[in-house]
Design a protein around this ligand. Structure first.
Ligand SMILES: [Mg+2]
Length: 271
């Protein structure tokens, strides 16, 4: 065997051995490299969300602040019975294990994989959420969970919430999506019979749909225009892994398009 052939054989053997020894490929996913690369862009954000004491404290801090706001707003006179509105995902329940699984498999959110996760009803409560909602109930508030989970996820969501003792986790109080992700109508439904004293969410749209629009300066001007109301009635919790803030950057389309838009966005920011 010629020397050249020997080295070629050695190289091939090494490559085969290396590919067997390495864990399941992530960024080099031969099936769909764009999906795997987009998924990899979420690694640090997901680790921060899932495993940092910093995020745990941000939740604790947010809910501690929520108590102060709740007490202040309850002190204002009103004839209607008080209610608190909370979002579910990344507000009271932690879905970061689903995001981690996506990274391991080199994939991104799809309704199918998401529903397979929610069907397990295994999401854990976020720090401070349960204590705050029990406190709100002790102060005479009703609790409404307004979520953009689908109607066919209502039962598993109730099961998941009830498993951890969340108050008022039932069909009357867990309001899933009815054809639109816009929560305005569902909030208005609660407001017809209650004085909504506080809203809590991980998206600014958990307070007002107008804050979905990120076309002007990532939505900062609209957020500041509404800062008075936000300060009095809304508690925002951290979500580094997904949301309208990220959709505003990735846009819609294929995973390759989203991956490329993140890169273009970064390029614009450093110019
Ligand atoms: Mg949410």
């Amino acid at each position: 065997m010629k020397r050249q052939h020997k080295s070629l054989l050695l190289l091939t053997l090494t490559a085969v051995l290396l590919s067997c020894a390495s864990p399941r490929a992530l960024t080099t996913d031969g099936e769909n490299p764009a999906s795997a690369q987009l998924s990899q862009q979420n690694v640090n954000a997901t680790l921060y969300q899932n495993a940092s004491a910093e995020v745990a404290w941000l939740y604790e801090q947010g809910y501690a602040f929520a108590r102060i706001k709740l007490d202040a707003n309850l002190a204002l006179p009103d004839s209607l019975p008080p209610a608190v509105i909370v979002d579910v995902d990344e507000t009271v329940l932690d879905n970061s294990p689903y995001e981690l699984q996506n990274i391991l498999e080199g994939r991104n959110y799809t309704p199918e994989t998401w529903k397979a996760w929610t069907a397990r009803a295994e999401a854990k409560p976020l720090p401070g959420a349960l204590d705050f909602l029990n406190y709100a109930v002790s102060r005479g508030c009703s609790v409404y969970y307004i979520t953009n989970r689908d109607a066919d996820e209502q039962e598993v969501t109730i099961t998941n919430l009830a498993k951890h003792g969340f108050p008022m986790a039932d069909k009357e109080h867990v309001l899933t999506m009815q054809g639109t992700s816009d929560k305005t109508e569902r909030r208005a439904g609660v407001s017809r019979k209650h004085r909504v004293v506080l809203l809590v969410g991980d998206q600014l749209t958990d307070y007002d749909q107008a804050l979905k629009d990120r076309s002007a300066d990532q939505g900062l001007p609209s957020m500041y225009r509404m800062s008075g109301q936000l300060s009095q009635y809304f508690i925002l919790l951290p979500n580094s892994t997904y949301g309208y803030w990220r959709d505003g950057i990735t846009g819609r389309g294929s995973d390759a398009e989203k991956r490329d838009r993140v890169r273009s966005f970064i390029e614009q920011r450093v110019r």
